[in-house]
Design a protein around this ligand. Structure first.
Ligand code: NAD
Length: 373
Protein backbone atom coordinates (compact mmCIF):
# COMPACT_ATOMS: atom_id res chain seq x y z
CA UNK A 1 0.00 0.00 0.00
CA UNK A 2 1.20 3.53 -0.75
CA UNK A 3 2.49 5.10 2.46
CA UNK A 4 0.18 7.87 3.63
CA UNK A 5 1.98 10.35 5.85
CA UNK A 6 0.46 13.25 7.71
CA UNK A 7 2.51 15.50 5.48
CA UNK A 8 0.74 14.19 2.36
CA UNK A 9 -2.36 16.08 3.44
CA UNK A 10 -0.83 19.41 4.14
CA UNK A 11 -1.31 21.31 0.90
CA UNK A 12 -3.96 22.44 -1.52
CA UNK A 13 -6.06 24.66 0.70
CA UNK A 14 -8.25 27.21 -1.00
CA UNK A 15 -11.76 27.19 -2.27
CA UNK A 16 -12.41 25.87 -5.73
CA UNK A 17 -9.06 24.12 -6.17
CA UNK A 18 -9.73 20.95 -8.10
CA UNK A 19 -13.47 21.49 -8.07
CA UNK A 20 -15.35 20.53 -11.21
CA UNK A 21 -19.08 20.23 -10.76
CA UNK A 22 -20.80 21.70 -7.74
CA UNK A 23 -23.74 19.53 -6.78
CA UNK A 24 -27.18 21.05 -6.34
CA UNK A 25 -27.24 19.79 -2.76
CA UNK A 26 -24.32 21.99 -1.75
CA UNK A 27 -24.63 22.76 1.95
CA UNK A 28 -25.84 26.24 2.80
CA UNK A 29 -22.59 27.29 4.52
CA UNK A 30 -20.75 27.12 1.19
CA UNK A 31 -22.19 30.47 0.16
CA UNK A 32 -20.46 31.87 3.25
CA UNK A 33 -17.19 30.09 2.57
CA UNK A 34 -17.16 31.26 -1.02
CA UNK A 35 -17.72 34.80 0.14
CA UNK A 36 -14.84 34.79 2.51
CA UNK A 37 -12.81 37.07 0.32
CA UNK A 38 -15.55 39.67 0.68
CA UNK A 39 -14.84 42.47 3.14
CA UNK A 40 -16.28 42.07 6.62
CA UNK A 41 -16.04 45.57 8.02
CA UNK A 42 -17.41 44.94 11.47
CA UNK A 43 -15.61 43.57 14.50
CA UNK A 44 -13.84 40.25 14.09
CA UNK A 45 -13.70 37.63 16.81
CA UNK A 46 -10.27 37.93 18.42
CA UNK A 47 -8.74 34.53 19.01
CA UNK A 48 -5.76 33.46 21.13
CA UNK A 49 -4.14 30.11 20.33
CA UNK A 50 -2.68 28.04 23.20
CA UNK A 51 -0.01 25.53 22.23
CA UNK A 52 1.89 26.65 19.13
CA UNK A 53 2.59 23.22 17.66
CA UNK A 54 1.82 21.56 14.37
CA UNK A 55 -1.96 21.94 14.27
CA UNK A 56 -1.88 25.49 15.66
CA UNK A 57 0.13 26.31 12.53
CA UNK A 58 -2.77 25.20 10.31
CA UNK A 59 -5.22 27.18 12.43
CA UNK A 60 -3.02 30.28 12.19
CA UNK A 61 -3.01 29.98 8.39
CA UNK A 62 -6.82 29.53 8.41
CA UNK A 63 -7.10 32.64 10.55
CA UNK A 64 -5.10 34.66 8.01
CA UNK A 65 -7.89 34.18 5.45
CA UNK A 66 -10.79 34.21 7.91
CA UNK A 67 -13.61 36.64 7.36
CA UNK A 68 -14.97 36.65 10.91
CA UNK A 69 -11.94 35.78 13.08
CA UNK A 70 -8.49 37.16 13.70
CA UNK A 71 -5.37 35.73 15.33
CA UNK A 72 -5.02 38.27 18.14
CA UNK A 73 -3.02 36.46 20.81
CA UNK A 74 -0.79 33.51 21.64
CA UNK A 75 0.02 31.42 24.71
CA UNK A 76 3.30 29.52 24.61
CA UNK A 77 5.93 28.18 26.98
CA UNK A 78 8.70 28.76 24.41
CA UNK A 79 10.02 32.38 24.34
CA UNK A 80 11.46 31.99 20.80
CA UNK A 81 8.01 31.02 19.49
CA UNK A 82 6.53 34.12 21.12
CA UNK A 83 9.04 36.20 19.13
CA UNK A 84 8.65 34.32 15.83
CA UNK A 85 4.84 34.15 15.92
CA UNK A 86 4.67 37.75 17.10
CA UNK A 87 6.62 38.88 14.04
CA UNK A 88 4.90 36.58 11.57
CA UNK A 89 1.35 37.35 12.66
CA UNK A 90 1.80 40.87 14.01
CA UNK A 91 0.80 40.04 17.58
CA UNK A 92 1.38 42.82 20.12
CA UNK A 93 3.37 42.05 23.31
CA UNK A 94 0.30 42.67 25.48
CA UNK A 95 -1.47 39.74 23.78
CA UNK A 96 1.34 37.24 24.41
CA UNK A 97 1.09 34.90 27.40
CA UNK A 98 2.89 31.90 28.84
CA UNK A 99 1.36 29.03 30.81
CA UNK A 100 2.10 30.75 34.13
CA UNK A 101 0.65 34.22 33.46
CA UNK A 102 -2.17 33.00 31.18
CA UNK A 103 -4.91 33.77 33.76
CA UNK A 104 -4.16 37.48 33.37
CA UNK A 105 -5.97 37.20 30.02
CA UNK A 106 -9.11 37.94 32.09
CA UNK A 107 -8.09 41.62 31.93
CA UNK A 108 -7.47 41.60 28.18
CA UNK A 109 -10.49 42.97 26.35
CA UNK A 110 -8.77 42.30 23.02
CA UNK A 111 -9.19 38.52 23.32
CA UNK A 112 -12.68 37.05 22.88
CA UNK A 113 -11.95 33.36 22.48
CA UNK A 114 -9.18 30.95 23.44
CA UNK A 115 -8.45 28.01 21.14
CA UNK A 116 -6.77 25.14 23.04
CA UNK A 117 -4.39 23.17 20.80
CA UNK A 118 -2.36 21.41 23.51
CA UNK A 119 -1.72 17.70 24.13
CA UNK A 120 -5.03 16.01 24.98
CA UNK A 121 -4.55 15.66 28.75
CA UNK A 122 -3.90 19.41 29.07
CA UNK A 123 -7.22 20.38 27.43
CA UNK A 124 -9.21 20.27 30.65
CA UNK A 125 -6.98 22.61 32.66
CA UNK A 126 -6.75 25.26 29.93
CA UNK A 127 -10.42 25.15 28.96
CA UNK A 128 -11.37 25.70 32.59
CA UNK A 129 -8.81 28.49 33.04
CA UNK A 130 -10.02 30.18 29.83
CA UNK A 131 -13.64 29.90 30.96
CA UNK A 132 -12.78 31.39 34.35
CA UNK A 133 -11.16 34.28 32.48
CA UNK A 134 -14.52 34.86 30.75
CA UNK A 135 -13.36 33.74 27.29
CA UNK A 136 -15.28 31.55 24.86
CA UNK A 137 -13.37 28.37 24.10
CA UNK A 138 -12.69 26.01 21.23
CA UNK A 139 -10.83 22.88 22.25
CA UNK A 140 -9.21 20.42 19.89
CA UNK A 141 -10.29 16.81 19.64
CA UNK A 142 -10.39 14.65 21.66
CA UNK A 143 -12.17 17.07 23.99
CA UNK A 144 -10.38 15.49 26.98
CA UNK A 145 -9.02 12.15 28.09
CA UNK A 146 -11.96 11.09 30.29
CA UNK A 147 -15.68 11.73 30.17
CA UNK A 148 -15.61 13.08 33.71
CA UNK A 149 -13.01 15.68 32.61
CA UNK A 150 -15.32 16.62 29.71
CA UNK A 151 -18.19 17.11 32.15
CA UNK A 152 -16.08 19.41 34.35
CA UNK A 153 -15.20 21.47 31.26
CA UNK A 154 -18.86 21.72 30.20
CA UNK A 155 -19.85 22.75 33.74
CA UNK A 156 -17.07 25.36 33.98
CA UNK A 157 -18.09 26.98 30.69
CA UNK A 158 -21.75 27.01 31.68
CA UNK A 159 -20.91 28.55 35.04
CA UNK A 160 -18.80 31.24 33.37
CA UNK A 161 -21.47 31.91 30.71
CA UNK A 162 -19.10 31.23 27.82
CA UNK A 163 -19.55 28.96 24.81
CA UNK A 164 -17.53 25.78 24.35
CA UNK A 165 -16.89 24.18 20.97
CA UNK A 166 -14.83 21.15 19.96
CA UNK A 167 -12.66 21.56 16.85
CA UNK A 168 -14.65 19.15 14.70
CA UNK A 169 -13.53 20.57 11.33
CA UNK A 170 -15.30 17.86 9.28
CA UNK A 171 -18.69 19.17 10.41
CA UNK A 172 -18.08 21.98 7.92
CA UNK A 173 -16.55 19.93 5.11
CA UNK A 174 -18.80 19.37 2.05
CA UNK A 175 -17.93 15.72 1.28
CA UNK A 176 -18.48 14.70 4.89
CA UNK A 177 -21.67 16.75 5.09
CA UNK A 178 -22.89 14.86 2.03
CA UNK A 179 -22.13 11.52 3.75
CA UNK A 180 -24.16 12.74 6.71
CA UNK A 181 -27.07 13.79 4.46
CA UNK A 182 -27.06 10.56 2.43
CA UNK A 183 -27.09 8.49 5.62
CA UNK A 184 -29.49 10.45 7.78
CA UNK A 185 -31.97 11.18 4.96
CA UNK A 186 -31.76 7.52 3.92
CA UNK A 187 -31.20 8.54 0.30
CA UNK A 188 -30.07 4.95 -0.44
CA UNK A 189 -32.36 3.43 2.20
CA UNK A 190 -31.33 2.22 5.63
CA UNK A 191 -27.56 2.08 6.14
CA UNK A 192 -26.59 -1.43 7.29
CA UNK A 193 -22.80 -1.40 7.33
CA UNK A 194 -20.17 1.30 7.77
CA UNK A 195 -16.45 0.71 7.36
CA UNK A 196 -14.28 3.65 8.30
CA UNK A 197 -10.61 3.72 9.25
CA UNK A 198 -7.85 6.27 9.75
CA UNK A 199 -4.16 5.55 10.13
CA UNK A 200 -0.75 7.11 9.50
CA UNK A 201 2.64 5.49 9.54
CA UNK A 202 4.42 7.63 12.12
CA UNK A 203 7.67 5.64 11.96
CA UNK A 204 9.94 5.56 15.00
CA UNK A 205 9.33 9.13 16.12
CA UNK A 206 8.27 9.30 19.75
CA UNK A 207 6.46 12.33 21.17
CA UNK A 208 3.60 13.07 23.59
CA UNK A 209 1.19 10.93 21.53
CA UNK A 210 2.85 7.81 22.99
CA UNK A 211 2.88 9.10 26.59
CA UNK A 212 -0.39 7.99 28.07
CA UNK A 213 -0.42 10.70 30.74
CA UNK A 214 -0.44 13.36 27.99
CA UNK A 215 -2.39 11.66 25.20
CA UNK A 216 -4.90 9.48 27.06
CA UNK A 217 -4.28 6.72 24.52
CA UNK A 218 -2.89 5.85 21.10
CA UNK A 219 -4.36 6.13 17.61
CA UNK A 220 -7.89 5.49 18.90
CA UNK A 221 -8.05 8.84 20.72
CA UNK A 222 -6.10 10.80 18.11
CA UNK A 223 -7.44 9.29 14.87
CA UNK A 224 -10.17 6.78 15.65
CA UNK A 225 -12.30 9.55 17.10
CA UNK A 226 -12.99 10.66 13.50
CA UNK A 227 -14.27 7.17 12.63
CA UNK A 228 -16.56 7.22 15.68
CA UNK A 229 -17.77 10.65 14.60
CA UNK A 230 -18.36 9.61 10.98
CA UNK A 231 -20.36 6.52 11.97
CA UNK A 232 -22.47 8.61 14.32
CA UNK A 233 -23.14 11.40 11.84
CA UNK A 234 -23.94 9.07 8.95
CA UNK A 235 -26.47 7.16 11.04
CA UNK A 236 -27.69 9.98 13.29
CA UNK A 237 -27.70 7.35 16.04
CA UNK A 238 -25.67 6.59 19.15
CA UNK A 239 -23.97 3.17 19.48
CA UNK A 240 -25.54 0.77 21.95
CA UNK A 241 -22.54 -1.56 22.35
CA UNK A 242 -18.94 -2.00 21.24
CA UNK A 243 -16.40 -4.80 20.85
CA UNK A 244 -12.70 -4.14 20.22
CA UNK A 245 -9.29 -5.72 19.73
CA UNK A 246 -5.80 -4.27 20.17
CA UNK A 247 -3.44 -5.03 17.28
CA UNK A 248 0.01 -6.54 17.77
CA UNK A 249 2.84 -4.30 19.02
CA UNK A 250 5.65 -4.32 16.46
CA UNK A 251 7.64 -1.49 18.10
CA UNK A 252 7.90 -2.29 21.82
CA UNK A 253 9.90 0.84 22.69
CA UNK A 254 7.52 3.26 21.03
CA UNK A 255 4.31 1.57 22.15
CA UNK A 256 5.16 0.82 25.77
CA UNK A 257 2.22 2.91 27.07
CA UNK A 258 -0.40 3.14 24.31
CA UNK A 259 -1.73 0.92 21.53
CA UNK A 260 -0.03 0.83 18.13
CA UNK A 261 -3.28 -0.13 16.40
CA UNK A 262 -6.83 -1.06 17.32
CA UNK A 263 -9.93 -2.37 15.54
CA UNK A 264 -13.42 -2.04 16.91
CA UNK A 265 -17.06 -2.59 16.06
CA UNK A 266 -20.06 -0.48 17.06
CA UNK A 267 -23.67 -1.69 17.07
CA UNK A 268 -26.45 0.85 16.57
CA UNK A 269 -30.16 0.77 17.54
CA UNK A 270 -31.30 0.45 13.88
CA UNK A 271 -29.24 -2.76 13.56
CA UNK A 272 -26.49 -1.00 11.60
CA UNK A 273 -22.93 -2.09 12.34
CA UNK A 274 -19.78 0.00 12.01
CA UNK A 275 -16.34 -1.57 11.69
CA UNK A 276 -13.20 0.56 12.15
CA UNK A 277 -9.45 0.51 12.57
CA UNK A 278 -7.02 3.19 13.64
CA UNK A 279 -3.32 2.66 13.49
CA UNK A 280 0.08 4.31 13.63
CA UNK A 281 1.87 1.66 11.57
CA UNK A 282 0.25 2.07 8.14
CA UNK A 283 -1.76 4.56 6.13
CA UNK A 284 -5.53 4.32 5.68
CA UNK A 285 -8.14 7.06 5.27
CA UNK A 286 -11.54 5.86 4.15
CA UNK A 287 -15.25 5.80 4.79
CA UNK A 288 -17.73 3.39 3.18
CA UNK A 289 -21.44 2.96 3.87
CA UNK A 290 -23.63 0.23 2.43
CA UNK A 291 -27.40 0.80 2.48
CA UNK A 292 -30.44 -1.17 1.27
CA UNK A 293 -30.46 0.49 -2.18
CA UNK A 294 -26.84 1.47 -2.77
CA UNK A 295 -23.57 2.69 -1.25
CA UNK A 296 -21.58 5.87 -0.68
CA UNK A 297 -17.92 6.30 0.10
CA UNK A 298 -14.98 8.67 0.48
CA UNK A 299 -11.27 7.97 0.19
CA UNK A 300 -9.45 10.06 1.30
CA UNK A 301 -12.24 10.88 3.72
CA UNK A 302 -10.98 12.41 6.95
CA UNK A 303 -7.62 14.14 6.56
CA UNK A 304 -7.13 17.67 5.19
CA UNK A 305 -8.11 16.71 1.64
CA UNK A 306 -8.42 16.84 -1.26
CA UNK A 307 -11.17 14.29 -0.77
CA UNK A 308 -12.57 11.93 -3.35
CA UNK A 309 -15.96 10.27 -3.22
CA UNK A 310 -18.65 8.40 -5.09
CA UNK A 311 -22.01 6.78 -4.57
CA UNK A 312 -23.67 3.89 -6.38
CA UNK A 313 -25.09 6.65 -8.66
CA UNK A 314 -21.69 8.11 -9.61
CA UNK A 315 -18.86 10.39 -8.63
CA UNK A 316 -19.17 13.19 -6.07
CA UNK A 317 -17.65 16.58 -6.85
CA UNK A 318 -17.56 19.29 -4.23
CA UNK A 319 -15.28 22.29 -3.92
CA UNK A 320 -12.17 21.80 -1.85
CA UNK A 321 -12.28 24.16 1.10
CA UNK A 322 -9.87 25.45 3.70
CA UNK A 323 -11.24 23.37 6.58
CA UNK A 324 -9.73 25.43 9.38
CA UNK A 325 -10.94 28.73 7.91
CA UNK A 326 -14.45 27.43 7.32
CA UNK A 327 -14.77 25.95 10.81
CA UNK A 328 -13.46 29.15 12.43
CA UNK A 329 -15.70 31.39 10.33
CA UNK A 330 -18.84 29.41 11.05
CA UNK A 331 -18.15 29.41 14.78
CA UNK A 332 -16.90 33.00 14.80
CA UNK A 333 -19.94 34.36 12.97
CA UNK A 334 -22.35 32.80 15.48
CA UNK A 335 -20.42 34.03 18.50
CA UNK A 336 -20.18 37.55 17.06
CA UNK A 337 -23.96 37.49 16.59
CA UNK A 338 -24.40 36.26 20.19
CA UNK A 339 -26.02 33.08 18.90
CA UNK A 340 -25.80 29.64 20.48
CA UNK A 341 -23.44 27.21 18.78
CA UNK A 342 -25.15 24.16 17.24
CA UNK A 343 -25.15 21.13 19.55
CA UNK A 344 -23.22 18.93 17.08
CA UNK A 345 -19.97 20.84 17.74
CA UNK A 346 -20.30 21.68 21.46
CA UNK A 347 -18.90 20.03 24.56
CA UNK A 348 -22.05 17.90 24.78
CA UNK A 349 -21.00 16.32 21.47
CA UNK A 350 -17.35 15.95 22.52
CA UNK A 351 -18.23 14.04 25.68
CA UNK A 352 -20.22 11.48 23.67
CA UNK A 353 -17.13 10.51 21.67
CA UNK A 354 -14.96 10.29 24.78
CA UNK A 355 -17.54 7.99 26.48
CA UNK A 356 -17.43 5.71 23.41
CA UNK A 357 -13.60 5.74 23.45
CA UNK A 358 -13.67 4.66 27.10
CA UNK A 359 -16.03 1.80 26.20
CA UNK A 360 -13.83 0.73 23.27
CA UNK A 361 -10.76 0.55 25.52
CA UNK A 362 -12.72 -1.43 28.10
CA UNK A 363 -13.86 -3.86 25.39
CA UNK A 364 -10.31 -4.30 24.06
CA UNK A 365 -8.90 -4.82 27.56
CA UNK A 366 -11.57 -7.29 28.73
CA UNK A 367 -12.33 -9.01 25.42
CA UNK A 368 -16.01 -8.49 26.22
CA UNK A 369 -18.83 -6.62 24.49
CA UNK A 370 -19.39 -3.35 26.39
CA UNK A 371 -22.88 -1.88 26.59
CA UNK A 372 -23.38 1.85 26.17
CA UNK A 373 -27.00 1.91 27.35
P1 NAD B 1 2.10 19.26 18.70
O1 NAD B 1 2.97 18.36 19.50
O2 NAD B 1 2.55 19.63 17.35
O3 NAD B 1 1.83 20.60 19.50
C1 NAD B 1 1.58 20.60 20.90
C2 NAD B 1 1.94 21.95 21.47
O4 NAD B 1 1.75 21.89 22.89
C3 NAD B 1 3.41 22.34 21.25
O5 NAD B 1 3.47 23.70 20.91
C4 NAD B 1 4.07 22.12 22.59
O6 NAD B 1 5.15 22.98 22.83
C5 NAD B 1 2.90 22.43 23.54
N1 NAD B 1 3.06 21.79 24.86
C6 NAD B 1 2.86 22.41 26.03
N2 NAD B 1 3.09 21.58 27.04
C7 NAD B 1 3.47 20.41 26.52
C8 NAD B 1 3.88 19.17 27.07
N3 NAD B 1 3.89 18.95 28.39
N4 NAD B 1 4.21 18.18 26.23
C9 NAD B 1 4.16 18.35 24.89
N5 NAD B 1 3.78 19.52 24.29
C10 NAD B 1 3.46 20.54 25.11
O7 NAD B 1 0.66 18.57 18.67
P2 NAD B 1 -0.51 18.85 17.64
O8 NAD B 1 -0.48 17.83 16.57
O9 NAD B 1 -0.57 20.27 17.26
O10 NAD B 1 -1.80 18.47 18.55
C11 NAD B 1 -2.33 19.38 19.50
C12 NAD B 1 -3.84 19.10 19.67
O11 NAD B 1 -4.47 19.31 18.41
C13 NAD B 1 -4.14 17.67 20.08
O12 NAD B 1 -5.22 17.65 20.95
C14 NAD B 1 -4.52 17.00 18.77
O13 NAD B 1 -5.41 15.91 18.93
C15 NAD B 1 -5.17 18.14 18.02
N6 NAD B 1 -5.07 18.00 16.54
C16 NAD B 1 -6.18 18.21 15.80
C17 NAD B 1 -6.11 18.09 14.42
C18 NAD B 1 -7.33 18.34 13.58
O14 NAD B 1 -7.29 18.06 12.38
N7 NAD B 1 -8.40 18.86 14.14
C19 NAD B 1 -4.92 17.75 13.82
C20 NAD B 1 -3.80 17.55 14.60
C21 NAD B 1 -3.88 17.69 15.99
Amino acid sequence: MKKISRRTFVHNFGIGVGATTVMASLPSFMSLAENNSAIHDEKKLNIALIGLGRYAGYLAEGLQVSKYCRLAGIVTGTPSKAVDWGKKYNIPEKNKYNYQNFDAIIHNKDIDLVYVVLPNAMHKEYVIRAAKAGKHVIVEKPMAVTASDCQEMIDACKKAGVQLAVGYRLHYEPYNLEMKRLGQEKVFGQVRLIETSLGYNTGDTIDWHQKKALSGGGPLVNLGIYCIQASRYILGEEPISVTAQFGPITNKIKYAEVEESITWQMNFPSGAVSNSASTNNCGVDRLFASADDGFFELSPAISYGPFKGRTSNGELNFPEINQQQTQLDEIGKLILENKKLPSHITGEEGIKDVRIIEAIYEAAETGKKVSLI
